[in-house]
Ligand binder design. Sequence first.
Ligand SMILES: Cc1cc2nc3c(=O)[nH]c(=O)nc-3n(C[C@H](O)[C@H](O)[C@H](O)COP(=O)(O)OP(=O)(O)OC[C@H]3O[C@@H](n4cnc5c(N)ncnc54)[C@H](O)[C@@H]3O)c2cc1C
Length: 633
Amino acid sequence: MSEENKNQWVENVDVCIVGAGHAGCEAALASARLGLETVMFTVSVDSIALMPCNPNVGGTSKGHLVREVDALGGEMGKNIDKTFIQSKMLNVSKGPAVHSLRAQADKAEYSRSMRRVLENTENLTIKQAEICKLIIEENQVKGVVTNTGTTYMCKAVVLCTGTYLKARCLCGEAITYTGPSGLQAANNLSQNLIDNGILLRRFKTGTPARMDKRSIDFSKMEEQFGDERIIPFSYSTDPESVQKEQVSCWLTYTNEETHKIIRANLDRSPIYAGIIEGTGPRYCPSIEDKVVKFAEKERHQVFIEPEGLYTNEMYIGGMSSSLPEDVQLKMYRTVPGLENCKIVRNAYAIEYDCLEPNQLLPSLELKKISGLFCAGQFNGSSGYEEAAAQGLIAGINAAMKIKGKDPLVLDRSEAYIGVLIDDLVTKDNREPYRMMTSRAEYRLLLRQDNADLRLRKFGYEVGLVSKEDYEKTLKKQEAIEKEVNRLKSTMVGANKRTQDFLTRHESSLLKTGASLADLMCRPELTYENLAELDDERQNLPYDVLEEVIIQVKYEGYIERQMHQVAQFKKMEKKLIPDDIDYDDVSSLRLEARQKLKQFRPLSVGQASRLSGVTPADISVLLVYLEQLKYRKK
Ligand SMILES: Cc1cc2nc3c(=O)[nH]c(=O)nc-3n(C[C@H](O)[C@H](O)[C@H](O)COP(=O)(O)OP(=O)(O)OC[C@H]3O[C@@H](n4cnc5c(N)ncnc54)[C@H](O)[C@@H]3O)c2cc1C
């Protein structure tokens, strides 16, 4: 922005959302739907809810996040239910904790549909402009300034800048200073944030090439179909409305020829030539990384996914890269089915500025600057779903702040969103953070099927979920409890009818009577086949039944996890005074003292999750806090 800019125009609003990606959209909708006058900025309104990478929403643990966003009153679940082109429940052969929905999206339709919702939301204005500066006075955010010099005074700002801040894209030796998909980068805000004492770092991520489907030979690949019976993401979507024709995806593999070409050209890879400064995601590795780090593997999976119904572009999943174009062509053409492929968009890596998230409170507000919230890839996460989850929480909490209400903070035992945010603000993540079920220690309780039972009440309390939807969930809860209790109290005798049934199902005979619930816990018996012995049975909706079966079959595991959660909550409730002087806690180890002084955790529970703080340090801290209580009396 040139010095002599004379534009003195000032707008007054409640909330400014910087970004219209997956985080920005949820933040803007939450803030506007909670009655706040909201403006959402983006460098290009044509890139609202853009999917610059994989054409799908959900997948293992990410499907859980989408369901949780929906249960709280967010938009992503509804939007993908309207725009998916294939849907599949993953991991159904495994336990319910890892069942996860994934839907292939029509990217262009996904963006158009989200834009329609945003454009027709009251209290919400969309503005194409680059935010170059924040107005901060006495550690309070007051407004933002655009590249044209217009000022928007406001009470809260949510930064959801994704992969755009000081972005640069690398395809071999070719470097362009743009955002994803050739969009304008945002080059001015980073310095302003640094000048205001905000610590930034450099991350990178990458994407594979897109190819013209007419140049692909699908006869050499394995066709991947969607599920016959489609289950929607959103609790508000009528399941019958999503039963539709689906497109296929395709599976093929790299081979030794592919790996040879990559090895021979690593010197031209910006990653291995050390040109890329940013740190990339370990769990979304480029094909170069896979070939180098898993050299023993003879082949790597390659998923060919349609980008949409009205385009010939196909996404080459599993082969993201930043190798030069000529090498990309040679490499891709060794893959069965891609021998004659035509690249529409080259694979590339992108580097960008993002935040050190341990500067954030669990509400996603900056500790040092009141009213400034941050969400999405800017917080060091990776993925549409992770971004949407944070955007929703940040948007809700910006509104709660302005309304003088307590922020919504979900803990690790309540939601994957709680795990995501706690890991971001507490742990020392040195690379883009991607959600995984293994990160959630209470995952048997945090299933994708019960997100509404866990979170609808929070969405209702903050004002995003309607009374009608909340009551629907309460009724569902009631129906589940009623059926579980009925199964537990309905006894079947060790009579001929029962014994014949058990014999036919190769299940051990009864010596005395047993409840239907007891029998259901036998692996060879199911709720379905026990219908024969269950005269009182009613027809129950699919979603109620799903819960009943899980709660009966996994009761023991669930109770054990509930017990662990009770222990966890005890430590979370042990709050640490804001003004604690860790130098006064004499027997703390040096490393722990340094970490505690740097992070200043809110509770003993959060302190226990800091790397470098041991259980012994926590015992020392607990004793000190007890003594402090008496000192203050
Ligand atoms: C090349 C590439 C590859 C990726 N690969 C993967 C992957 O393999 N796996 C994965 O999980 N995720 C991947 N992602 C990440 C995924 O796209 C993001 O996680 C997701 O889009 C993040 O959403 P967001 O809302 O945080 O940010 P974005 O979707 O990046 O949106 C940011 C928004 O902020 C706006 N903006 C930024 N700065 C300003 C400013 N100063 N003023 C005004 N507007 C501004 C932009 O216009 C845009 O609307 C990749 C992304 C890219 C670009």
